[in-house]
Design a protein around this ligand. Sequence first.
Ligand code: ATP
Length: 432
Amino acid sequence: MADLMNKIVSLSKRRGFIFPSSEIYGGIGGFWDFGPLGVELKNNLKNWWWKTMVEERDDVYGLDSTIIHNPKVWEASGHTLSFTDPLRECRACHQRFRADQLKDSKCPECGGKLTDIKQFNLMFETYVGAAKETANKAYLRPETCQGIFINFTNILDTVQPKIPFGIAQIGKGFRNEVTFGNFIFRDREFEMMELEYFVKPGDDEKWFDYWLKERKKWFIDLGVEAKKLRYFEHPKKALAHYSKRTVDIEYKFPFGWAELEGIANRTDFDLKNHAKLSGKDLQYQDEKGKKFYPYVVEPSLGVERTVLVLLLEAYREEKDKEGVRVILSLDPRLSPYKIAVFPLLANKPDLVKKARLVFDKLRPTLRVAWDDIGNIGKRYRRQDEIGTPWCVTIDHQTLKDKTVTVRDRDSMKQKRVKIDKLIELFQDRLKK
Ligand code: ATP
């Protein structure tokens, strides 16, 4: 489907997944708002990541650090320096170079073509306090991981983790991208899900391979087609300043293969630099009392980019007697609503009352939608289009034998189920 992106954009707008930010004023490039369904999908995705990367593991701890740090953080990380000078970017390897230090107009690393000189202010600047003075200048974080590095000793002191261990964080990141677009693929404000996995130096390559495999499996488990995923190994010459090795998990977007998740071996670069600039000891001490700087393997994933992949993977159209049935075949664990409850006829008070009782029974445990508008066929279609895996209809038979019709989104099969068995049935299916 060549126009799949357009279909996703239009469905997202029409059904309340994603809106252009500040739309009534003509929008603002690279910013998107998530509507009633979008926020559910996004939350489910983030919760899933948290569950699988933190809760279900013995070796990962969570963190929620601030968006604005002491500006020294960005000095130590190298961001202040490389983001505020007049720069030229290599179109091939994307490395940026101080324009005044270049000898000619070729990339000194790989020989690629360079862009014209630009102020690549990728970090958004702001001021902390009333006075707009340089001394008060601060930045909105372009990545969440620095919050992890600067809390490293707090976490060592409070949870005494045994190496190898990870610290995970989900939060907003801001990048004043020069080029943005492809819907929510590249944004200026977005959310990141990052894990910093600290290992003994020397074990880093082994753990790097482990995370490469784990992260790819994670997408496949959520229904992403394996053949639409591949690894892209960053050439040695084009590695970021902190990286020993970087591999992207790429996805085959309608506009071509592009990065979905980046996995980087950041070595001990960040901890060492923070130790140097802060004067604090940021080493890990092992059980024998030996101190060292751990190496860090970082899987880093954008929430919006993943939402886009999930929508692209889930979108299906099926021809039927009434035209085209649009289905978002989302993994039920991520669907905005798990169940929609309908009274068969909205003008029969006894059916509506009973349906409401079923709705209230399910609501504390599962995310449920209510729909009593139009005929049942229309309601099914509306739910298919937003990815609701199961619809529950209350009809006259329900009043007699306490059973309801459960209809499955993907197969469209229907079966009668006892009201008392509903929660068990759905919870079982959600386990997968
Ligand atoms: P690119 O080369 O595409 O600019 P990057 O290599 O700078 O990306 P990373 O720093 O590795 O990106 O970011 C980690 C992850 O965060 C990416 O894999 C992507 O999922 C997400 N991400 C990065 N930048 C953006 C953005 N501008 N909008 C949305 N998601 C982003």
